[in-house]
Design a binder for this molecule. Structure first.
Ligand SMILES: [Zn+2]
Length: 427
């Protein structure tokens, strides 16, 4: 797949203007991670955060050269500032399941709470942490702030849950690679061999697809053997309930195939045993389903015959912030992409600010919007239909891994994945 020179130069520009590039990681941080546990609660129209606890974790695996997130992605962003100078020393964009829930009909009448976790390298001095939520116009608004002292006696240094880990494939130091961690969910103690086989197979699924295939050496892959009491996962629609480590379930927001867990705190407790940039929850079931949330986690069934397609598709969401390019499946969301706001996802546009997207990749003579005709098959254009609606949201190609899930990633999605790999591995 050809790398887009426009995207690459934009990325290099972002790196060049990043004031932190000349500073050393060692000036602000040391080994380990500061983890702040929050409770995120609200309804469709309002939300708030409350502090639950502070932990000191043994590993932080992100880049030591790119500590300010270069992407304007996600529904949320948090920033870490040195408490004395006010200097911005770390930031991260991400999404949450809670934010998806806020667009469901249930959120119109019920108030709910989900766990929420912030992680960044362990600071040497006191820091101020600011959480921003994107508003309906797509602008980040300050939602919560807290001050944290690395000398605090309340930073719990223990692992909440201790599990054995193993390496599947290591190509270099964590801070210079994309570190994927496969986590066992719904596997009993005597199914750990099966989990290892399932994790290896899932890893090979990701590396069988471009652009991951050509970039395999940019990744490290590990597993955490998080065995639990029961085998399988919750299927509420069939009255099946299991006692599992991370509380996963089908029927999220009433959609049978949407398997997630709202228990992000347990997910992070399991993950703390190993290095990771991306979490992949592998669920011991053959039932079709899964989910992927940007810089949150990917989750999918280990044993379904469609698992290869699902694993790659969900990782596209969670790793590169890719949006769904389909519009003909049932989803639970209302107005997920407001048509008067440019979505932040790199592969969707409402044409409100198309110049910020793949406009420069469109060849002369290709009409905007582009009719989905045979002569434009394989051509980058602007095809109407995407983001769960047939009208007003546009995608870059007639077909893509994020559209029907039968095709490869389109060039726009591929370029977004390559930029994200560069974000983790580049200097
Ligand atoms: Zn695409």
């Amino acid at each position: 797949m050809k790398r887009s020179p426009v995207f690459l130069s934009l990325f290099l520009l972002l790196l060049a203007i990043n004031p932190l590039q000349s500073r050393s990681f060692d000036q602000w941080f040391e080994d380990g991670a500061m983890r702040i546990d929050l409770v995120f609660s609200g309804t469709a129209s309002e939300s708030s955060y409350a502090l639950e606890g502070l932990r000191k974790e043994p590993f932080f695996s992100g880049s030591k050269h790119v500590m300010i997130d270069p992407f304007d992605y996600g529904d949320h962003k948090f920033e870490v500032r040195d408490a004395i100078s006010g200097d911005l020393i770390f930031s991260q964009t991400y999404c949450t399941l809670f934010r998806e829930w806020q667009t469901t009909s249930e959120a119109e009448s019920v108030r709910r709470a989900f766990s929420h976790v912030l992680r960044f390298p362990w600071p040497k001095g006191s820091v101020k942490v600011d959480v921003y939520d994107r508003d309906k116009k797509g602008i980040f608004q300050l939602a919560w702030s807290g001050n944290f002292d690395p000398e605090s006696i309340f930073a719990d240094p223990t692992l909440a849950r201790v599990y054995e880990t193993a390496d599947l494939e290591i190509h270099g130091d964590p801070e210079e690679k994309v570190d994927i961690l496969f986590m066992a969910e719904g596997y009993s103690e005597n199914e750990m061999e099966k989990f290892m086989e399932d994790a290896k197979r899932s890893m090979e699924y990701i590396f069988s697809e471009e652009p991951f295939k050509s970039k395999r050496e940019s990744f490290n892959v590990r597993v955490v053997k998080s065995a639990g009491p029961d085998s399988g996962t919750d299927i509420p629609g069939e009255h099946i309930w299991k006692n599992t480590v991370m509380n996963s379930s089908f029927y999220t927001f009433g959609i049978e195939r949407y398997m997630t867990t709202p228990d992000y705190r347990s997910v992070c407790d399991v993950a703390a045993n190993a290095h990771y940039d991306q979490l992949y929850i592998l669920v011991n079931t053959d039932k079709y389903g899964g989910g992927g949330i940007y810089n949150f986690y990917s989750i999918s069934a280990a044993d379904n015959r469609e698992s290869r397609a699902v694993v790659i598709h969900e990782f596209g969401h969670a790793f590169a912030g890719l949006g769904d390019e389909y519009f003909n499946s049932s989803v639970a969301y209302n107005d997920y992409f407001p048509l008067d706001v440019e979505p932040w996802n790199p592969n969707l546009t409402t044409l409100v600010d198309f110049g910020a997207k793949w406009k420069n990749s469109i060849k002369k003579g290709v009409p905007v919007p582009t009719p989905p005709e045979e002569k434009f098959a394989g051509t980058i254009g602007v095809y109407e239909g995407g983001g769960y609606v047939a009208k007003g949201v546009y995608r870059p190609m007639i077909d893509c891994r994020m559209h029907t899930n039968d095709a490869a990633f389109c060039p726009v999605c591929s370029a977004a994945i390559e930029r994200m790999i560069q974000r983790h591995t580049g200097r």
